[in-house]
Structures are given as C-alpha cells and as structure tokens.
Design a binder for this molecule. Structure first.
Ligand code: ATP
Ligand code: MG
Length: 562
C-alpha cells in the first residue's frame, strides 16, 4: 500500500474503488442534508467536513440539501443559521436545494407505484399498523387494506392530498414484504396526512413524504454519487435501494448510500431534540450560548473555523461508534489561539497595589510585545502609574518557597514593566487586604538593557494601571455537564448532570485600555489566564468577554488527582 492509500478513510477508499471500477470522475457528487429543525452542532461538522472535504479532494460538487419533510418542526430561522454556519466554516455548496422542491415529483412517482400495485392506502391508525408489524423473529400480519384495487387507492390518495382526511386517519404504504427480516421493509409508510403550513410550500400540501421515501429519491434527482449518512441508517439501506429500484433508469447514475459512525463527544449531548430542550427551558442563553456544542455556540465562545476543521480531521471518520474526548477539541482551539491571539493584560479579581516610591501623577507608556509566537504581530503601549491592580490570588502576606508570586519582603516582575517588592499591607475591618504597599526598582524596566532589567526574579505578574483601566464583564465558561455521557443513563434524565458552575460572571474586570476598541468575536490571550473572545452582544459602552479555554487543561489535572 502506498503512503497516500494508507491515509484514506474507508469512505474515500470506497470512492477510489468505484473510480477504479469505471465510475466517471466527473460524476462524483456529494451532498450535506440537514433537517432545518435546529442549529448545527459539532457532530454535523464531522459530516460537513467529510462531504465538503470529498468535494475538494475530487473537485466534485457538493449540494446543500435541506431535508424539509416534517413541517411541524422546521423553520426558516434554522435554514438561515445552517447556511451561515457552513459558510463560516469556509465551505461552498454547489446548489442550495430542498427536499420540498421535489414534492411534486415524489407525488407523481408515488402514483406510479400505486398503478404498479406497489403502494396502497391504509386506513388504520398508527397503533394498529404497529401491532401488525410483528417482531424481528416473527413475521408481520398483512393490513386488511393491502389488496385494495388500484382505482380505490388512486382515489383515496388523491383525497388525502386534497386534505379530505384528518391527520392520522390514512397513510400511503409501500407494498413490500410483511415477513421481511428487516422490519423497515414491512410495508413502510411513504406518506402521512399533516395539515401543517410548511416553511416553503405553505399550505399547498396536506400530505408529506417520509424520510426514506424522500431521501433516496432526492439523491437520485440530484444524481448524488455517494450518499453518506450515519450508522443508524444502515438498516435503511435496503429500503433506500428498493425505492431507487422503482424509479431508476440505467441512463442515469445510481446513488449509493454508505454509513459512518456518528461523532459523539464526552461531557455533552448532541441530539437536536435535547439541545432544543436546553434552549426552550432557558437552561442556556439560546442556541449560540457559548456552552452549547453548536457551531454558533463554539463561534461565540471563540472557536475558529480552522480549529473545528482540524479537530474533525484528526478525530476522523470511523466505522464503529465511539466517543471523542472533548479535551481534543479544546486542544485544537488552544493550539491555534496560541499562534494568533494577541496577548493583553486583564485583572479579574483585583487588589490594589500602590508603588510608594513612584511619583504621584506620573504615567509611562511601556512597550509590550503583542505575540511572541508571531514575529509580525508587532507591539503596543501599555500605561503604567503609581496605582495598579493585580490579581488577589497573586499575593500572600507570608508564603512558602513554592509561591513564586508576590509576598511581603519579596520581589516579582510586573510584566513589561518593573520589579517591585511588597513592603506592607492595609486591611479593612474584616481583615481583608485593601492595599499592598510596594516599592519599585526604577532601573529594572523591561527591555531597557540595564543590568537591573536583566535581573532574574522568580515570578512575573500581569497588572493594569487603575486610572487607565477599562471595565468589562467577563464570563468564565466551563463544561455544561459534569458527567462524561450525560445522556447515557437509563434511569436519569440528562439534565440532572448539568454543571451548576458552568458559567461564572465577573461583573467588573479591569482591562488594559487597548481593549476599549475590541469588536465582537475578536480574540485575545489574557496573559496567565486563558483565551478570551469578545461576546457578540458586547458594545464599547459595555464590553463583554467570554473565556474560550484556560491556558492549560485544568480538567485533565482534576481527573488525574481522582
Ligand atoms: P440529531 O440527531 O442531532 O438531531 P440528525 O441526524 O437528525 O441529528 P440531520 O439534520 O438529519 O440531524 O443531519 C444532517 C446530516 O448530518 C446527516 O447526514 C447526519 O447523518 C449527519 N449527522 C448528524 N449528527 C451527526 C453526528 N453526531 N456525527 C456525524 N454526522 C452527523
Ligand atoms: Mg435527521
């Protein structure tokens, strides 16, 4: 096997085999078929990267096909969000299409099937139909309506279409085999009566096709060469092929369904139904809440398209179900932000430092490198003055030798500035420290080239000048669930595992003034704290930052301890 062959995933191998067997390369065509009943999530990203990735690899078109056959759950808002997310990921579809574009064609084909005696109208309730289905080891029972005449079937189907029958009263079924070992082949339903307005076809239809009937035929109409779906559709493949047989003409290409494992990720849920519950019950702040595994949530959290695509590529396409560690996703965003995010200083839990030997009223603008990982990132100026904030946890009155931060009688460097030494503290009536009185070494300025500036001290702290600081709200996000597989418990609802501390809001954080002009979705490293992204609701009057990820994987540490 050549190097190149080895790195192909099994679906690419299938495509390669088809090409080797004579499939014309120009006939390759793929599709991504979301149902517009929710926002896209990181699982969909696997399918998007797979299908569009094949399109790029083989220079083949990829259609975006909305699988909009269930008007009771589908909305234009979801269509818009899906398009926005795919574009944001950086992919281009060939055509924007809708299964509903094919309602008329599907209807006409259904009439053909009736005429051929291969479909019939069943007047029974869904319960009765279910009872007759049998079990995988026991054949089903034929419906009493199975042998209706073609004329009667045509008339009833027409009346279903016109809306003469109430919902649940009639269905159109394919006449296949009530004894098939594949339960899906036991006269599956093709149409049901639904008197719902559709987001595109309005009130034109009173009957809507089922997924199995619509999907394969849509693939055929669009001449999709490889219809890739997730493993739960494997048993549907036989039906997919049966429906195709009914319309296929060998002048055309015959689509092929192949299945791959869903992307599952630890510490989250990924079904749209469950995500919708979180939204509707206001457990999160909408589909794009930064804790959601949705593409829009990840974007608002500060993820980049590159990090999501890299994750999808490395996590790969599998044949069998598996769970990917969420730490892998976090790794890729951290890795990319390390390369691109400008470094800035922000203090989240401030305590005041007064530099007693620094002149009152003096200010200095000090040079600060924007990103040591990127030599083109340049530098900026940060203001220094007599009164500063540092993090409360960066100071202890007395500390042991392992504490490399500030303590009484000891020195630290202030990042990009001077070496300071803590001399004394002031406290309020409760004993809480209100001020730390320090002295600074005027010759120790960073980058000044003096002997003192090169002096090594154990710790370096971030800080902001109080009079220059801008205030911001900072939101610290953590995993939304405390359990690795919140929806994997038979006896417990997934919502029982919600992490009560998944959002901590810091109302007043203090930032260096360069951040005043930061725009929504701008990304930064708050030095020593983590990567942060400007929230989509942030304005210059009220700045809001979301923590994307801490600098290190704190969860890995917690888990190691346990
Ligand atoms: P959900 O169960 O989350 O509601 P779905 O499968 O109903 O998802 P669709 O909109 O029908 O969502 O999915 C569009 C495409 O994305 C389908 O081809 C589906 O197989 C694929 N897909 C959905 N979820 C995942 C996942 N977790 N991993 C990989 N592919 C997925
Ligand atoms: Mg679906």
């Amino acid at each position: 096997m050549s190097e190149e062959k080895k790195s192909l995933n099994f679906l690419e191998q299938i495509v390669e085999e088809d090409l080797a067997k004579g499939l014309d390369k120009h006939k390759l065509k793929f599709r991504f078929p979301p149902e517009p009943n929710g926002y896209l999530h990181i699982g969909h990203a696997a399918s998007i990267c797979l299908n569009f990735g094949l399109g790029i690899k083989y220079n083949a078109p990829v259609n975006l096909r909305f699988d909009d056959t269930n008007p009771s759950k589908e909305e234009q808002e979801y269509v818009d969000s899906i398009k926005k997310d795919i574009e944001w990921l950086g992919f281009k579809w060939e055509k924007e299409l809708y299964a509903s574009d094919y309602f008329q064609q599907l209807y006409e084909w259904a009439i053909e099937l009736i005429k051929l005696g291969k479909a019939y109208v069943d007047d029974q309730s869904s319960e009765e139909i279910a009872q007759q289905k049998g079990t995988p080891t026991q054949p089903g029972v034929n419906s009493p309506y199975r042998d209706r005449s073609v004329e009667e079937n045509l008339e009833l189907f027409e009346r279903m279409k016109k809306g003469e029958f109430p919902e649940g009263s009639h269905v159109l079924r394919a006449k296949i085999d009530m004894a098939s070992p594949n339960m899906l082949m036991r006269d599956p339903i093709m149409y049901r009566v639904l008197k719902k307005a559709h987001h595109r076809t309005g009130n034109e239809w009173n009957i809507y096709p089922m997924y199995d009937w619509a999907h394969g035929e849509s693939d055929y109409i669009e001449q999709i060469s490889h219809s890739l779906c997730t493993l739960e559709f494997k048993p549907h493949r036989e039906l997919y092929d049966w429906f195709l047989d009914q319309v296929y003409s060998n002048k055309n290409l015959r689509p092929k369904q192949r299945e791959f494992a869903r992307r599952n990720i630890s510490y989250t849920v990924m079904s749209k139904r469950k995500l919708l519950q979180l939204v509707e019950e206001k457990i999160v702040d909408g589909w794009d809440d930064p804790r959601m595994p949705t593409i829009s949530g990840l974007r608002r959290r500060g993820y980049t398209p590159e990090s999501i695509k890299k994750f999808s590529e490395v996590a790969g396409i599998a044949k069998r179900d598996n769970v990917t560690d969420i730490a892998l996703l976090e790794f890729f965003v951290r890795d990319q932000l390390n390369k691109i995010a400008p470094r800035v200083m922000a203090v989240l839990d401030p305590v005041k430092v007064i530099i007693t030997n620094y002149p009152k009223g003096k200010e200095e603008w000090l040079e600060a490198e924007n990103n040591p990982e990127d030599e083109n990132a340049g530098s900026r100026q940060v203001p220094f003055s007599r009164e500063l904030y540092i993090e409360r946890e960066d100071f202890k009155e007395e500390a042991n030798k392992k504490f490399f931060r500030l303590s009484l009688g000891n020195e630290v460097r202030l990042k990009n500035a001077y070496i300071i030494k803590a001399e004394s503290v002031a406290k309020d009536a409760n004993g809480t420290i209100t001020e730390i009185h320090c002295t600074y070494d005027p010759l120790s300025k960073s980058g000044s080239g003096t002997e003192e500036s090169k002096r090594k001290v154990k710790g370096t702290l971030h800080w902001v000048s109080i009079q220059h600081a801008v205030k911001a709200e900072v939101r610290l996000y953590d995993r939304l669930f405390l359990d690795e597989a919140p929806d994997g418990h038979k006896d417990k609802d997934f919502k029982e595992f919600i992490n009560p501390n998944s959002l901590i809001v810091i109302e007043n954080a203090y930032l260096e003034p360069s951040l005043q002009t930061a725009k929504p979705l701008d990304k930064f490293q708050f030095q020593r704290l983590g990567y942060f992204c400007v929230d989509t609701n942030s304005t210059s009057d009220k700045l809001i930052f979301n923590r994307t990820v801490p600098l290190r994987d704190t969860w890995a540490k917690i888990e190691q301890k346990n």
